[in-house]
Design a protein around this ligand. Sequence first.
Ligand SMILES: Cc1ncc(COP(=O)(O)O)c(C=O)c1O
Length: 379
Amino acid sequence: MHKRLTMDRIPVAGPWITQKEIDYVSDAVSNAWYSNANFYQKQFEKAFAEYLGVKYAVSLPSCTSAIHLSLLALGIGKGDEVIVPDITWIATSAPITYVGAIPVFADIDENTWCLSAQSFEKCITSKTKAVIPVDLYGNMPDMNAIKSIAKKHNIGIIEDAAEAIGSEYRGKKAGSFGDTGVFSFHGSKTLTTGEGGMLVTNREDIYKRVLFLRDHGRQPGDKLFCNTEVAYKYKMSSLQAALGLAQLERIDELIERKRDIFGWYHSELENLKGIRLNFEPPQTKNTYWMITVIIDKILGLKKEELMAKMDSKNIDCRPFFYPLSSLPAYKHFNGIKKAKQQNIVSYEISPYGINLPSALSVTQDQIISVCNSLKEIVI
Ligand SMILES: Cc1ncc(COP(=O)(O)O)c(C=O)c1O
């Protein structure tokens, strides 16, 4: 880069890049052409499936496209309902609209901040075809309960593990619980390819359908330029796959650093009254993509005000997600009024939460200074 950006702010999210990543990308740009054009995608997909303990992994340009293809592969379309937690990034729910289906917003659990199994079951109707539980900020919902409800009602599961690479529930990796699991490698994520995503599955029928849909309606090896359906062009480039492979080979240290960052916050803030941090349920490994603080409502400090105060100290934060049912984008959708009344936990927590600096580049000294600022503001 000719001119580096100055890093005087403490960043909320960002990657950890080493010489290994630079070497792999250099190799891809020099050599991944001609008969080697798909070398890095194949290596990355194989290593990713092995890491997760699943049969198939398909590299894609984003997690959003992975959700879109999951819905299509499950045969979800016009008039079908798909249940999502009210608290997540809109990328979880937007693809439901792409396929003509209807998003239904369920409440979250007050400890994990992930989909509440109880609320999920309450939202089921005769039109429900799928649920998209989200492993929010690296945590995991009660997957056993969600899976058994989905099985009872014959509902497909797309596990949105965009924020949770390496997290575990009862010893099983995030992303491996549903009919499909989806990941994001956006620049803010623990494992990054700049932009990028992965769809994983154990179902051969879904794998084959996804390969077909992501390449303009043709199976690998089909007669050239003879497409049998109008579909999509959703592919990851070699350069991204090379970066992803290098990051995956370092995944244990990336996750360990995230858990260390959480530990630094925890030891600074554990005695501060009126706040709480991310929760790690028993039998879950939380990979703490975003270290998040919820301020007790009694203190009367809303997230926008808290963020403005942190901003004035050059500390980069993000708001806890707004409930999707509160967004202008969903104002005219059916069922919004009901979601607003029913999703009590989402509406109770969201106004008082912020994501604290959680970039892989932050130092313990920076975290101590963030915590000192937070203490000054809160006390
Ligand atoms: C929970 C969740 N789902 C989906 C996505 C979408 O990922 P992408 O930006 O790779 O499409 C994100 C990304 O921020 C996310 O946090």
